[in-house]
Design a protein. Structure first.
Length: 145
């Protein structure tokens, strides 16, 4: 298991333990985690704190050149909002734990030059399948349905 994806999975598990949605993310620059986060929409009563947004927020303000050599790890395929942030800051690569339970605008993101690596990780799939089965109403709210 990639240590950065494992850090994202640890974040997802933390979110679940807090009563939230088990999605985690880390932002890595030059082999170091500079920001980590998990979906905190429930915990913070937030409209936008998906895991990727939380990780970027926790990384703080970075220079454009820093984002342009970053890798964003996420346990789940990033949604339109999070993918848009990747495009805005020109993050060149996303490593995705799984995209079976949800798939964001991956083809569009690829068409804009972002490299996507899909791990199809069983732990990520299991986390989401179990959560969706247990809390479908919360999951549907999170994805805007």
């Amino acid at each position: 298991m990639d240590k950065f994806m494992q850090a994202a999975i640890d974040e997802a598990k933390l979110g679940l333990a807090e009563g939230g949605i088990p999605i985690g993310s880390v932002l890595v620059i030059d082999g170091e985690i500079v920001g980590r986060g998990h979906n905190r929409r429930v915990q913070r009563g937030s409209a936008i704190l998906h895991a990727e947004m939380d990780a970027l927020e926790n990384a703080g303000r970075l220079a454009a050149k820093d984002y342009q050599r970053a890798v964003l790890y996420s346990t789940l395929s990033p949604c339109d909002m999070c993918s848009g942030t990747v495009l805005l800051y020109k993050i060149p690569k996303i490593v995705i734990g799984e995209n079976r339970t949800f798939q964001g605008p991956e083809e569009y993101v690829r068409s804009r030059g972002v490299e996507l690596v899909i791990l199809d990780d069983p732990a990520c799939i299991r986390l989401m399948e179990e959560f969706i089965a247990a809390r479908p109403e919360l999951w549907n709210e999170d994805i805007g349905e």
